[in-house]
Design a protein around this ligand. Structure first.
Ligand SMILES: [Fe+2]
Ligand SMILES: [Fe+2]
Length: 220
């Protein structure tokens, strides 16, 4: 990278970091810093540009603490309408979509690879880009995430690589959400809202498993 581009990338990351610091609680800002560093680490191992990984990590949750009113205002300004006046995105997807809109409109980030990775960071999608895979997994494996599920994805990442980690993260997310609500123990127990087991996560799992099988087949 030439010096000028390198310098402007540095300035952009500094600007985005300051924006995130102002928008987020201290705990979530720490999480974003963790994701940025973890994305850079995974990205470097994958041969991706680490600055882009860092940028996506710092940006991914910038709308996570928006109120319903702020989301509504954002959709209105972007000309996105929901059916019957409802929010056009479910609660799982909306902070990713909002972060991509803010990154593009307010922070002048036009790199579609970065914007796409941010948009899909909660659910994944079939055909997720490499940067998207890095961010999806880094959001789960950053050092602040403590627990068995996170350790499992860390182990899979280290032993079997990025695509396997994507698959494992999808599988654990689906299992976790399903197990919480499948068998109501009494009248008070509520079933999962349809958005809780996200169709994009199911599609991402199927796609990732297909890719892994194809890779294995190619290796013979
Ligand atoms: Fe998020
Ligand atoms: Fe996150």
């Amino acid at each position: 990278m030439d010096r000028k581009i390198e310098k402007s990338m540095e300035a952009l990351i500094a600007e985005v970091t300051e924006y995130a610091r102002k928008e987020l609680s201290a705990a979530r800002f720490r999480h974003s810093e963790g994701v940025a560093e973890e994305a850079a680490r995974i990205g470097a191992a994958e041969g991706l540009g680490v600055d882009k990984c860092r940028l996506a990590g710092m940006l991914h949750d910038i709308a996570r603490e928006y109120s319903d009113e702020q989301y509504a205002e954002l959709w209105k300004r972007a000309g996105i309408a929901g059916k019957y006046g409802q929010d056009p995105f479910d609660h799982v997807l909306r902070h990713g979509k909002a972060a991509a809109l803010i990154a593009s409109a307010k922070l002048r980030i036009k790199d579609t690879d970065v914007l796409d990775a941010i948009m899909w960071h909660t659910t994944g999608r079939a055909g997720l880009t490499r940067l998207g895979q890095v961010l999806f997994v880094a959001d789960y494996t950053e050092p602040g995430r403590i627990g068995e599920h996170f350790d499992r994805v860390r182990t899979v990442l280290a032993r079997f690589g990025l695509m396997a980690a994507v698959a494992e993260e999808c599988r654990l997310t689906i299992l976790y959400r399903a197990s919480k609500h499948l068998i109501p123990a009494d009248e008070q127990t509520t079933f999962a809202a349809p958005a809780d087991i996200n169709v994009y996560t199911v599609e991402t799992l199927n796609w990732a498993l297909g890719e892994l099988a194809r890779e294995r087949g190619q290796r013979g």
